[in-house]
Structures are given as structure tokens and as C-alpha cells.
Design a protein around this ligand. Sequence first.
Ligand code: DWN
Length: 421
Amino acid sequence: MKSTGTRVPSTRYRLKNCRICGSTRIKPFLSLHYMPIPNGFVPKKDIKKKEFHFPLKVCVCTDCWLVQLTHVIPAEIMFRNYLYIPSTSTTVVAHFREMADHIIKNFNVKRKDLVIDIGSNDGTLLSNFQKKNIPVLGVDPAENIARQANKNGIRTLCTFFTEEKAQKIAQEYGKAKIITATNVIAHIQDLHDVMKGIALLLQDNGIFVMEAPYLADLVERNEFDTIYHEHLSYFSVHPLEVLFHQHGLKIIDIQKQSIHGGSLRVFVAKQSADYTVHPRVEKFLIEEKAKNLQNIKTYDDFALRVKKVKRDLLQFLRKIRKEGKTIIGYGAAAKGNVLLNYCDISTDLLDYIVDSIPYKQGKYTPGTHIPIYPESKIVKAMPDYTLILAWNFADEIIRKNQEYVQKGGRFIIPVPYLKIV
Ligand code: DWN
């Protein structure tokens, strides 16, 4: 059953003010209880070592309506040796190719322009600009991944992005025509420091392009397992507008993206820059009001649905287990670790998990200590059911496992509601 991690007192790391507007009117609405850090995979040799569990709770600021974590775990604990590699997914590789092509075409990026990616990971996004002879620079704090990116030929600084670091980059490399940040702004503790850095590093007609999971999708699709210690903020357009305006920036366009369970791609320029604001921006703001994202009842109702998702999943897993069925997990994702720990699912229900990332294979999941094997195990072992923990890649995973399906294997998708395929 669930490992008894060492609980860090809930008085530590507690948020006192909204991270965008500073308000103290922040209302908690969902607790996922105590949780290990989501990418804290455990090597076999450390399986008996102390594992710290931190409170995982979300609250909403009733002034700027930013949804955010109530406890902030220091970035040093989470990002110095990081195990998430985007290039393991063909979905993500294709997504980044389309993103780079869109930016180059729509903002007339030339071979003299510098493109900087904050949280550049293994350089997958930047490689698309570099292939077109556009100068690139990655910035990522994970030593293991920055080393890999440099080996891949993507110039990468191994550091957290801060205002001070942005000054140094501007002096050494010049100002950027494009700054990108995909699935990283939500991870940032001091949003104002990073925004100051972006504002000073951007050329006057430069564009900042950020992508982040969209709060409206998270709430509508019950994507509670995307709430984890890496993600400090859960963005909607309204609080982003509040944030950007504080730093002389403006949203000029927004695109909805299906990646990671539903994301926003937000295009930002300096308020002084000569870009018109696309009508889509106002449309998003109107839709958010219509979806009651600025109404506390929306979040209380979401919390009730999360409890139903947990109940339904556990009932089904226990039922088939009792019938003697074999069940495994697919995708040792950070979100998967949240679901497993919140639902208290361990080797009592899942025999093991398969995953494509070599860094994770041979390790155990944090908190629940389920062993992780290469994907090839699934067809050899032919478990009766496979719970897709990386449900944001369900199509890609099912597509690549047709032999398992044809031999009678069944997939379980846990969110937005329990589905057996
Ligand atoms: O914001 C973040 C999102 C974008 O990615 C980061 N904080 C961390 C990370 O979250 P995650 O760990 O939930 O990421 P993924 O990409 O949803 O996890 C997918 C997992 O599934 C990876 O460990 C790789 C694995 N996988 C697999 O085994 N076979 C993925 C695919 C597509 C596959 O075919």
C-alpha cells in the first residue's frame, strides 16, 4: 500500500499573497493531500530512503482569478535533475515544428534574428529554428538536460531565467526578436522577475510566445492530475492580462492548442510595439466570464467532480482485480504520479508501469513505488488492462500498441471520466 513519506509541515512554503496581484484574498478549493514531488522517481537503491511529501492544494485569487498552489516547493528541489524529455513523444515533436513554422512565418523571423527559449529542455523546439539557420539560445536549469541539449548542438545556458540573467544574456548575445516559453511559465515562482527579464531582453518589435495548459480545459475536463508541485500557476487569459500589463506588455493574439489536455499559445508584445490586438483576445475574455471562471462555485463544483473521478476509477480497478485480471500503467508521467498518489494506487492494483524514457526505466514511481519498465514489456506480458496515466497522449499510445489491442488488451482512460477502450 501507500508508502508513508515524511510529511513536510504544511506551515512551510505556504503562499501568503497571490503571485500575480499580491492579494491576500486567496481561497483554497481542492486538496490532493500530501504528495512527493511529481518527477521524483526512485532508483532501486533508494527505495527504503526517506521520501518527503508536501501538501498539494490549489486556491484561487478572488481578485485577479489566478488559480495557484497554496504551497511552493523550492525550484532547486524540483528542477536540478529533471526527467521530462519532450522529444520522446512524436506528438510533441510535431507540435513544436508547427509552432516554430508559425512564428517564423507570422513574425517574419530572419537569419539575423535571435530566438531564445526559456525552459528549453533538450532543444526540441529550438532545433526547428536552427535548421533554418536562425541563431538560437536555450536557457534551462536542469544540468542533465542542458548537457544533452549542448551535445545535440543547441547552445544552452544551464541556469534559471531571471531578470539579472536576462541582463547578462542581452549584453553577451544581444536582444531577442523571439522569446518562447512552453510549459515553463506555470512553473515559475517569481513571475514578476521573469517578466522583467523578458521585457528587457525583447527587441522593441520582439514577440514573447508562451504556451501553458489552459485552466478552462483543466476545469471542464476534470484534469486534476495536471495539478502538481511543478505547476505553481494555472492560467486563464484574465490573470495573464493583469500580469503582462504590470510589465509594459500586451497580449496581441491567442491560439487554442490541444496538446497536454488543452493549452493556450499566447503572443505578447511590448505595449509600445506596433502590433494590433487580434479580436480573439477579447473573445477569450468574454468566454471565460461565460464559463464562470471568475466565480468561486466553478471551483467548488470541480472539486466534487474530482472526487467522483477518483471513486469511479478505484471501484473499477478493484472490481477487475477481484476478478483476477492483470492491470498495468502506461506512461510514468508527472500527472500519473499525482493520480496514483491521490487515489492511493500502488502495486496492490498496478503490477508495473511501462514508459519510453530511458531515465525512468528501472526506477520506481515516487510515493507509490511501482516499478517502471520499457514499453516493449506490454506485448510480451499481455496484461488484461492498461491504465493510460499519460492520457494526454492516449491516441499516440493506442496507435503504437495495436498488437496489444488485437490480442485483446484493453485500455483504461481515467479523465475526463472513466473510459474503457
Ligand atoms: O508541464 C509539463 C508537461 C508538459 O510535461 C512538465 N511539468 C512535465 C511533463 O509532465 P508529464 O510528466 O505529465 O509529461 P508527459 O509528457 O505527459 O508524460 C508522458 C510520459 O509518458 C513520459 O514519461 C513518456 C511516456 N510516454 C510513453 O511511455 N510512450 C509518452 C508517449 C507519448 C509514449 O508513446
